[in-house]
Design a protein around this ligand. Structure first.
Ligand code: 9MR
Length: 603
């Protein structure tokens, strides 16, 4: 279904013009909030009409004047048509003389997207052929990447880089490619894997794991008796375990920070055609703690499903934890960016807290409980917006991951921290809800006084939506659910560029992400992006030559974006960005079927 949608969207695009009435281009959930934003210079309210597919006016009202919106630079009005709750296709919203793109109202807006968002991970697997029927279309099939078949020089025996003074080789095959490049980075694998596993764990306690049970996803491991979401996650976890320094080598038990090509490859290139030598970069404390955290999380999730694997994960986690304690300040330098991204981080208190929270939740050992209670990050969920516009969580800001785990896992004997952790999450959600009315496009992310969006800003929005969704789980207050809906509206078209940042979804979808294989824009022999990938999105710092060359510098935050393959700083795709898309769309789809009139405030 999504493939057909992708094709028709792509052909329609050429003629599609931007509309001043901005909506969620995929559609609105039947019983939830329905907001739109209108770009207009009018300073007094406009009348609006909602029309059904036969052009009959089914609802009407007047807009609310918002005024100047700082992050977009637009003068806007708001429309609230939440009260309309009839399903259908081909609705349009008119405000003044402007008419929106057509959209649907339905309970199934996210039904397929939640699977397509996870398919991203299969498509980006290393070390396995991408084949039909799993690829979703012949054009996305490709041979296995990086299994030492020439011209590949990796990944089954990858040497430590010459400048590291280390002389061993490791089999670090498998895992997911990080993004548009073919690097594999333990810091970033960590938050991405954690998010998929948390999606599963949250569903265990607050939803249903049936949606991702064995046989539900289009992957080679379907019908192996294990939930498919866990199969996909394990592909990455197995790679992470291989990145741990073996006994007998210096810094044994730590994890190598990353592995990637000696020099950046050009675009386009399919992974199996990569001729570069690949190297292991030195271990770092950050990577070691990412391994400790995710392996500990996995140990409890696989406990009944695969006890031997669970024990292996727990041993790896405890080993990593001890190694990180012994060497707490081994930093990966920001300057290490030849052939791969640096993922540098010199503040690791949050990673220590996260890893200890995972180990505590898995083992309930008092040493970890003591550690988290003494941590300055104890129960934190960031909501303050400094110059670097930090959202609830990023690859380098991980305390919320630990807090979420403490809050999510229901374990009545040992739930000393759980209530307080839930309260922290609700408190953070309240801050995000409070932001909505101050944003012309109702984005639950506030860049703070600088007004700037950073690299990967769409993931900032999506990660804040996880906090809001959890607040809904804990309180069942519809205000949080509707805030999640508003945030997805931003991602799917209700924004300054009238853009759906997700491929294959919406009238004006992401089409040309920075990706070495989905490089159709550069070379017609390469495929376009498959459905369900989310772009990193607007980046005020405009950090790539292409975006600079088209004059983006000086742009209002929401407009610092171009849908072009060469714009890696505004239009890349990445595992840590698609993971919260998968989490949030699964949550919304689940709620779509259980909500009754969430659009009305609860008493
Ligand atoms: O997501 C990362 C972002 O926070 C950094 O500012 C940026 C520059 O270092 O790197 C981003 O991560 C990229 C990584 O370094 C290499 N693979 C692609 C990632 C997404 O653009």
């Amino acid at each position: 279904m999504a493939n057909d949608q992708q094709n028709s969207d792509t052909s329609r695009m050429a003629t599609e013009t931007l509309r001043n009435v901005r909506i969620n281009q995929v559609g609105y959930l039947l019983a939830a909030a329905k907001h739109a934003t209108v770009v207009t210079s009018a300073t007094t309210p406009l009348t609006w009409q909602l029309r059904d597919v036969s052009s009959t006016v089914v609802a009407s009202g007047t807009t609310t004047v918002f005024g100047h919106d700082a992050t977009s630079g637009d003068h806007v009005h708001s429309v609230d048509f939440s009260a309309y709750q009839q399903p259908g296709e081909g609705f349009t919203l008119q405000a003044g003389d402007d008419i929106s793109h057509p959209f649907r109202i339905s309970t199934d807006i996210y039904r397929q997207l939640k699977y397509d968002a996870l398919a991203y991970f299969y498509h980006n697997r290393s070390g396995i052929p991408i084949e039909m029927p799993y690829a979703g279309g012949e054009q996305w099939t490709r041979p296995a990447g990086h299994l030492d078949v020439p011209p590949n020089k990796g990944d089954t025996n990858v040497p430590c880089a010459p400048d590291t003074g280390r002389s061993y080789e490791l089999d670090v095959s498998g895992g997911w490619y990080d993004a548009g490049d073919h690097g594999k980075y333990v810091v970033n694998a960590g938050i991405s894997l954690w998010t998929l596993l948390n999606q599963y764990e949250r569903a265990t306690y607050y939803g249903s794991t049936a949606t991702f049970a064995d046989g539900t996803m289009n992957i080679p491991e379907r019908n192996n008796g294990v939930p498919d979401l866990l199969d996909e996650a394990r592909w990455e976890l197995d790679f992470l375990l291989k990145m741990q320094v073996p006994e007998g080598q210096p810094q044994a038990g730590m994890a190598h920070h990353k592995m990637h090509d000696a020099a950046w490859t050009g675009l386009p290139i399919s992974p199996e055609q990569d001729p570069q030598q690949r190297y292991l970069r030195p271990p770092s404390t950050a990577a070691t703690l990412n391994l400790a955290a995710t392996a500990a999380q996995a140990a409890r999730i696989w406990k009944e499903i695969d006890p031997a694997y669970s024990q292996r994960c727990q041993r790896a986690a405890e080993r990593a934890w001890q190694a990180a304690l012994a060497q707490p300040q081994v930093y990966a330098p920001h300057s290490d960016s030849t052939g791969g991204g640096p993922y540098g981080d010199t503040e690791l208190g949050d990673e220590f807290y996260w890893a200890a929270a995972e180990l505590y939740t898995t083992t309930r050992a008092t040493e970890y409980q003591r550690f988290i209670r003494q941590s300055p990050y104890y129960l934190q969920v960031p909501t303050t917006f400094g110059p670097n516009s930090v959202p609830a969580m990023t690859w380098g800001t991980t305390q919320a991951l630990g807090t979420i785990t403490l809050a999510t896992v229901r374990d009545d004997e040992h739930n000393m921290e759980a209530e307080a952790a839930r309260q922290s999450i609700v408190d953070a959600a309240n801050v995000f809800v409070g932001i909505l009315d101050q944003q012309g496009y109702r984005v639950p992310f506030d860049p703070g006084p600088t007004g700037k969006y950073a690299w990967g800003s769409n993931s900032f929005v999506l990660n804040n939506l996880i906090i809001l969704a959890l607040a809904y789980d804990f309180t069942e207050d519809a205000i949080y659910l509707n805030a999640v809906v508003d945030g997805m509206d931003y991602i799917l078209g209700c924004n300054a560029l009238d853009k759906s940042y997700v491929s294959g979804y919406g009238v004006n979808p992401l089409q040309n992400p920075h990706h070495r294989f989905w490089a159709h824009q550069l070379d017609p022999r390469f495929p376009p992006v498959p459905p369900g990938a989310v772009s990193g999105g607007p980046n005020s710092s405009v950090q790539d030559p292409y975006a600079q060359s088209i004059g983006l510098a000086g742009c209002a935050a929401q407009k610092c974006y171009v849908d072009h393959i060469e714009s890696y700083s505004t239009n890349e795709v990445a595992i840590n960005w698609n993971a919260p898309l998968a989490w949030v769309t699964a949550f919304l789809d689940e709620q779509a079927h259980s909500m009754t009139n969430a659009a009305e405030p609860q008493p």
